[in-house]
Design a protein around this ligand. Sequence first.
Ligand code: ADP
Ligand code: MG
Length: 549
Amino acid sequence: MSEIRGRASKMTLGIDLGTTNSSVSVYYGGQMQVLKMHGEYSLPSVVRFPDRKLNGVQVGQKAKKYIVLKPNEVFSSVKSQMRNDDWKDIPEIREKYTLEGEQITPTDIATKILSELKSEAQSWESCDGNFERVVICVPANTTSIYKQNVKDAAVAAGFGQTDETTGDLLRDNNGEVLGITLLEEPTAASLAYGVNKGFFNPKTSKEQNILVYDLGGGTFDVTILHIISEEDQAMPSFTPISTKGVAKLGGDDFDWALAEIISKRIFDETGVDILNDSKQLANKSILKFEAENLKIAFSNGLSEVNFVQPLEINGQDQNFDFTISIDEYKKSIDPLIQKTLDCVKEAMDSVKLTIDDINRIVLVGGSSKAPWIREAIKTSYKEPYTAENVDTIVSQGASYYGSLLASMVIDPVKPKLSHHYGVELNDGTFCPLFLKSSEFGDNEVLSATSIFYNPDDSGRVMVAGWATQDNIEIETDEKGKNKSYALVSARNDNGEQIFEWLGEYEIQIPRKAAGQVPIELTLTIDKQNCIHAKAVVEGKPTEADWKRQ
Ligand code: ADP
Ligand code: MG
């Protein structure tokens, strides 16, 4: 492909950089076409450095085989480690990321995955150039650190538009590399569903709430999107109004549940506990691998499956052959399914919606292919919409979005605030400065100013920023100022905090009686949820930057 590397492509790749699997699509011939990676429609998001050497890296299925067997050489599910820098504080993890004396990072692993996806996409027969433009999907409720890491990984993997003569990356006025766009995963998925199933006809569904149930390999996410379709717009506007999830619940747990059943039978025959005996790592690896295959066989409709496998146990080859029924399996995964259903309820409760307010439930993620998931949702809520390709639908939606961006039919989705943002008042209540769903319009940032007064004569005042997605009651006073009586320490029925703490800073003020010192507080917020707070007291400014993690 080297002869076309330098040429700009007319197409934009849509990438689902998943925790477990990644997929790539391109809008081609009027279709959201999924590209094959190593001959499959998705590539395991797994990277292996054999013998912990930096050279000879393996990406995808080859690396996945060694997850259990060679945990020290294999990097999987790194997406969660890209959300913040916490991994640096955990010595074992930092140690694992030190190869041949060099400190690599989770973002470097993502770079390897994106490079592999790019190079595989470029071997597609209709590839017309360098595929420098890309739409990469990110979870709905992720951190700005994660988004920045993804952008960095994309640049390192060779994405981004370049100047034809100098080869330098082109940047916009904010310094962002051109050609790399991030899109929220549930928005991408709903877009693909909507286009395929005609959800977005402004005549029939001008406003709707779509609940996206995304059960992948390692994580579960539920997002409620409020969608408005307008006659004169190529694309509806999507606002995530509620996001909940379970960080460690996905297809892997469904595999381990089956591996557990098999392991118990083997224990009964041999007295060896494969899953918990450190000398049984090779067999544990086989068990996990087989469990995933058998799980998919159940999912495809078998009422019983056979585990037929020779294993070497205590130096002896033994043949195992037993049958597992779907009822036994389903019983073992019931609590996991129930957890996802509870999470759906929490997502609705937190914005005071009921299932009657949800126009559609759409299924996303490989694990939602299973009939037991569809049945559970139908029984507890309503019949969900599903598609053949729930595991590639995110990248397909991203490719469609990319095609709209490229043809400039749209003004990319007008971003709106997903949270109420404000400060804590002295009595512990929340004073909102920005309301959820405020639109950015043509502005790069939103800005709001409010005057507060010193609560006492101590000569200092603490400004603390908070955000919430909850539908708290907000009033407007006669001066148009937002008011709420919600306590920032408030919790929901499940005991979870409703407010997220953004940060705080102390301002020195003149020592005057309470209510005598006006403090002019301005919050500025950008599309990446970065908040800048500035307080001016008697003409003197103090500033702080906050971020919602
Ligand atoms: P992620 O978004 O976490 O990267 P995917 O959406 O690709 O992951 O989902 C991967 C998970 O889907 C794996 O655990 C895999 O075993 C599971 N999976 C794939 N196909 C099926 C199927 N037909 N039935 C049940 N689970 C499936
Ligand atoms: Mg996914």
